[in-house]
Design a protein around this ligand. Structure first.
Ligand SMILES: *Cc1c(COP(=O)(O)O)cnc(C)c1O
Length: 453
């Protein structure tokens, strides 16, 4: 077993397969399958943990840390630097990477002080190739498809429904691999930046007169034909990449745990992924305790919150209302059962935030040097509510997952600062319009300079 360098350290017998979440029925990972053929339940990727446990926790930490300092292929990727835990059998020649992951974990001391917390970290997943965490999952899914095509499977295209970020990530990775991409977008419900991303990558962009849930229904039917491969997170290959986010946070903290992790949830693949990564840290003995999880939803698209209020009652699909957090405007989340399982195992809670709460939370964080997307605003709004209620106790440490870059959501931020939303933008900054005249400029700056004198 290699520990002093970063060579591929595939432990003897390490392998992964597909497994149904109900009944644990197993399938070959190279089968094109999105649901259990018996029960119809979702599938997960399962790993031979006995094989991975043959390497000690200390050796895994040393190996992962050594790779984190490298920029060679594939260690430069936060995902493929943990390849034995992701897809142990993939031929490195088939990996399609854009150096995703390895994103900043930033401390927010003023926010922590304000809320009486020991520390708050913001995990900036938006600092990534296409500007959202979807890159983490897409590198794995597209690499896997690339390997399936090389094996001779008759896959002609990849496809997804999207609220904007999934399609951007799929189009980038698939065009890099030379695989045709089809994306189904709800017309008028994504941002300009998100729309132009797949267009630029040469994807087949289909804009449909429906919402995300409507697009999701259609893509599931279209991909029943095995020549079009489904790239939504109901496909567990996505989860395999996304699960590294929690592992990476804990690694960045020197393998220490935050008390809580907060994540915004829409289709609910990402919270399931977060828990799947934590599971592997626990099962390899790298951590011995569990953080608690919180999923944050927009009140306008809150089916998980509603279920949580009733003790995780069965999902009641809803018609999601328009929300500033457009990437989580989802009323019928496909990964609902995975998310409930994750929250129950990690003593989790669900919080909802209003449009005003999410926008103010984002604006306040921006005043500390961030540029929060509205979904990160949902997570930060939930942090404020959960600490206010004492659910997250004083003195706790909290990692907040920021899911996208604010630059993709400039319409949201512009509307806030121009006070064009249907609540008062308390923390807005106004542009000062002046003639190009030094005296006028000096006059206008006087109050600021006097205040700081
Ligand atoms: C996709 C997305 C989410 C929601 O993730 P799910 O896995 O669908 O719950 C949150 N924020 C952003 C920016 C996203 O793109």
């Amino acid at each position: 077993m290699v520990t002093n360098n970063t060579a591929l350290a595939k432990p003897a017998g390490a392998r992964a397969w597909l497994e149904s979440i109900q009944g644990k029925r197993q399938y070959d990972i190279n089968q094109v399958l999105y649901r259990c053929t018996q029960s119809g339940s979702l599938l997960n990727v399962a790993h031979d943990m006995d094989a991975l446990r043959q390497t000690s926790a200390a050796e895994w930490r040393r190996l992962f840390d050594a790779r984190m300092g490298r920029w060679d292929f594939p260690n430069a990727s936060g995902i493929w630097s943990k390849r034995e835990w992701v897809l142990p059998d993939i031929d490195p020649a088939h990996i399609i990477t854009l150096q995703e992951g390895r994103s900043p974990l930033l401390e927010m001391p003023p926010l922590a002080r304000e809320l009486g917390l020991e520390q708050v970290w913001l995990k900036e997943c938006g600092t990534s190739h296409t500007g959202s965490f979807k890159d983490l999952g897409m590198t794995v899914l597209v690499s896997h498809v690339n390997s399936l095509i090389a094996r001779g499977l008759p896959i002609r295209a990849v496809a997804c429904a999207s609220t904007g970020d999934t399609s951007a990530a799929l189009a980038a990775y698939a065009s890099r691999a030379g695989i045709p991409t089809i994306v189904f977008l709800p017309a008028g419900k994504i941002t300009t930046a998100q729309l132009i991303q797949p267009i630029s990558n040469g994807a087949h962009v289909l804009s449909l007169d429906t919402d995300f849930d409507g697009c999701m229904r259609i893509v599931q039917e279209v991909t029943a034909d095995q020549s079009i491969y489904l790239a939504n997170s109901m496909n567990p290959l996505r989860i395999e990449g996304q699960k590294t986010v929690g592992i990476e946070i804990i690694q960045q903290l020197g393998w220490q745990l935050p008390d809580w992790m907060i994540i915004p949830g829409g289709n609910l693949g990402n919270v399931s992924a977060l828990a799947a990564g934590l599971d592997m840290l626990l099962e390899t003995g790298i951590i011995n305790q569990k953080p608690r999880l919180a999923v944050a939803q927009a009140a306008h698209a809150n089916p998980l919150y509603t279920s949580y209020q009733k003790g995780f009652a069965d999902l009641e699909p809803m018609q999601a209302k328009t929300t500033l957090a457009s990437a989580i405007q989802i009323g019928n989340p496909v990964s609902f059962p995975r998310a409930v399982d994750a929250l129950q195992r990690y003593n989790g809670v669900v919080e909802e935030v209003s449009e005003a709460e999410l926008a103010h939370a984002a604006a306040l964080a921006d005043r500390q040097g961030f540029f929060c997307c509205p979904h990160t605003g949902v997570a930060l709004g939930a942090l404020r509510k959960l600490t206010g209620k004492g659910v997250i106790p004083g003195g706790a440490s909290v990692a907040v997952i920021s899911t996208a870059h604010g630059l993709k959501f400039s319409e949201f931020k512009t509307a806030y600062h121009e006070n064009r939303l249907d609540f008062d933008a308390t923390y807005r900054t106004e542009v000062i319009r002046l003639p190009a005249d030094v005296q006028a400029v000096q006059e206008a700056l006087k109050p600021l300079l006097e205040e700081r004198a």
